[in-house]
Every structure is written in C-alpha cells, then in structure tokens.
Design a protein around this ligand. Sequence first.
Ligand SMILES: *[C@@H]1O[C@H](CO)[C@@H](O)[C@H](O)[C@H]1NC(C)=O
Ligand SMILES: *[C@@H]1O[C@H](CO)[C@@H](O)[C@H](O)[C@H]1NC(C)=O
Length: 149
Amino acid sequence: MKTFNTIAALLPAAVLGAAVPRAAEYSVTDFSAACIAHSTYCALNFNVTTSAGAPTVTCSFFGPGPDYLPAIPLSGCSDPSVSFSFAPAADKSAFPLTVVSAAGPGTNLTGTYVIPGADVTLDNNGAVVDERYIGGAEFVITDLTTIPA
Ligand SMILES: *[C@@H]1O[C@H](CO)[C@@H](O)[C@H](O)[C@H]1NC(C)=O
Ligand SMILES: *[C@@H]1O[C@H](CO)[C@@H](O)[C@H](O)[C@H]1NC(C)=O
C-alpha cells in the first residue's frame, strides 16, 4: 500500500511534466481597432504576452477597410514566432481575434478571443461611417490548443 501511494503521488507530476509546459493563456493589452474618419484605412493594434514573464510582443495592422474593420489574414507580429488573424462575422455579431505562437518543432499554440458584436460600434461621420472597437483594452485568450505549425 505504501508503495502504491508513493507511485500514485508521483504520477500526476510526471504526467503534467510531459504535457503542455507553457502558460495556458495569452494576455492581450492595449487592444484597439478602428477605421479612420475620412480615410479608407483601418488600424488594429495590441500587445500580447504568450506566457507569464515573456517579453511583450506588438501586433499591428494598418490597411484598407475602407469603413468597416476588415478580415486580416494570419500576419506576423514584432516577434516572428507570434502571429494573429482577425475574422469579423459577416453579420457583425462577433469579431474573433486569433493569436498563434510557435510552441515547438512543428507545433503551434493557437487561441481565439471572440470580441462580441456589442464591443464594436459604428461612428457616423457625415457622409461616411467608421467602425471602431469600444470594449476593454485588456483581455485574456484562454483555451489554447495545439495545432501543426
Ligand atoms: C506595447 O509594447 C511596447 C513594447 O513593450 C511598448 O513600447 C508600448 O508602449 C506598448 N503599448 C502600445 C499601445 O503599443
Ligand atoms: C505557426 O506559427 C507561426 C508563428 O506565429 C506562423 O508563422 C505560422 O503561420 C503558424 N502556422 C499555422 C499553421 O498557423
């Protein structure tokens, strides 16, 4: 019995050690997304840390909207091991932001934060409208999953 208990106590630690050694979430700060009044361009910017204590990585997009926040294909951030994509739903009900980071040879860790439609507003600037994020500048991306790189 004593031997069994010792093995049982050691087992979870061994299993955990072999599993995902990284923090299981991404912390996003300074998030902003807006189309610029009287311009055909939109900007999306944020900082992200992929694990506790890791350096801050800056992710930026600046490109044509013209008025509505555009879909952004997987794009590199300031650290080439981190990328992001943005995929507004056609009906504006959700604006999912995905962050992908290299997690090892042939492996990426990906997670998506679904920005609710209520966190995006439409400014009426006379002849044109401009879409803009009005939610909190900080949020956490949880439920990260491993995918082939
Ligand atoms: C993002 O991180 C960079 C680098 O750490 C920092 O200089 C910047 O002030 C942060 N905030 C924004 C909004 O970029
Ligand atoms: C894996 O992550 C790297 C760095 O973020 C990225 O360049 C690459 O496109 C990603 N691959 C997939 C399949 O997401």
